[in-house]
Write a protein that binds this ligand. Structure first.
Ligand SMILES: Nc1ncnc2c1ncn2[C@@H]1O[C@H](COP(=O)(O)OP(=O)(O)OP(=O)(O)O)[C@@H](O)[C@H]1O
Ligand SMILES: [Mg+2]
Length: 332
């Protein structure tokens, strides 16, 4: 997310989600396939090191090489782990059958992995990084160019997604300011808003930071301006579900002082479960279904636009918040 998106070459797009089963893998896979169909050279990476299953969505039962072969130095280069698939323009790096010791790689190993991914020759690297707010997931999300959060439209999922972005933001700030004890103290108060001296929002944190160190405040502000998470709402079933992405964006903007971008939505479609059972990607199994149309729109946005253009048209955050007041309270 720190790198300029104007250069779309070897761009790393990470797909995360606040909880299991929201559709991260199926969306990562279908975006990659659609980009491949549009003529891009894509490498799909299964970095869900604890629960890898991307290979099954591509119809591969037992991948020959996996990421841990590289992390444990059995293979010298990341290129050696790249597998061909049956689908145009798409190759895979799998994590199938991961050994437990690789489920929580050290920070240095994650950095090594991300740097290695950057060295791969491809137009786009799409990384499925798994669920939750473990350091593992958060670091992958924030070390790459485009972090996209998959959420479902239920209020609990939206609240959890907000929590994920907040955790990533505090993790980034904590790492950046770990040498500054006064700032670290403030960040602890921000991460514990219900405590005696808790800080409940980033605007409040920034005001405190200005008092403690105007220089650090400037640096933090600069960091906030570069962190622009993307949002995909999956399993939408109604018109109102389509607005949940904008609501999440508005809440993120209000309490975390950062922009987010709504990249699109994918409708709930029974075809997905049928195709998953047959181990055929749904965009191939049902190229004209409604969910495929949604993915085409998402992939088109991601491939044809720079990051700035990918952002949805400016909208009235207050209006988006209007129908989500109770959710706003839940996010404070
Ligand atoms: N839009 C949708 N419509 C219908 N079913 C869907 C949709 N999106 C995902 N599913 C189904 O939900 C299930 C979970 O999807 P998926 O494996 O992509 O989730 P995940 O977030 O990667 O889960 P995990 O956290 O376990 O890795 C799959 O059976 C998938 O087919
Ligand atoms: Mg998954």
């Amino acid at each position: 997310m720190e790198k300029s998106g104007a250069d779309n070459s070897r761009r790393i797009v990470t797909i995360a989600g606040c909880k299991g089963g929201v559709g991260k893998s199926v969306i990562a896979c279908s975006i990659a396939l659609e980009m491949g169909r549009l003529g891009k050279d894509v490498i799909l990476v299964d970095a869900d090191l604890g629960g890898a299953n991307l290979h099954t969505y591509l119809g591969i039962r037992s991948p020959k090489y996996v990421i841990s072969d590289f992390l444990s130095r059995r293979l010298k280069t990341i290129e050696e782990t790249v597998l061909a698939t049956d689908y145009q323009g798409v190759r895979l790096i799998s994590s199938a059958g991961n050994v437990p010791s690789q489920a929580n790689p050290k920070f240095a190993q994650k950095a090594k992995l991300i740097n290695s991914l950057r060295s791969l020759k491809a137009d786009c690297i799409v990384v499925d990084i798994g669920a939750g707010s473990s350091y593992d997931v958060m670091d992958f999300f924030s070390m790459t160019d485009d972090g996209i959060l998959v959420t479902t439209p239920e209020p609990s999922s939206i609240v959890n997604s907000y929590g994920f972005v907040k955790n990533v933001l505090y993790r980034k700030l904590s790492l950046a300011f770990r040498q500054y004890s006064l700032v670290t103290e403030l960040l602890k108060r921000g991460m514990n808003p219900d405590g005696n001296d808790g800080i409940s929002s980033i605007p409040d944190l920034m005001a405190e930071l200005e008092r403690v160190s105007p220089e650090c405040r400037l640096k933090a502000k600069e960091m906030l301006s570069h962190f622009i998470p993307g949002i995909i709402v999956n399993m939408t079933a109604s018109e109102s579900d389509l607005r949940e992405g904008e609501k999440l964006k508005a809440i993120i903007n209000k309490f975390l002082s950062i922009e987010a971008r709504c990249i699109g939505h994918v409708v709930e479609d029974p075809v997905l479960r049928i195709s998953a059972k047959r181990m055929i990607p749904f965009v191939v199994f049902a190229p004209d279904c409604r969910a495929t149309t949604c993915v085409k729109e998402i992939a088109r946005r991601l491939t044809s636009a720079t990051r700035e253009q990918v952002r949805a048209a400016p909208q009235d955050d207050e209006q988006a918040l209007g129908s989500g007041r109770s959710m706003t309270a839940a996010c404070q």
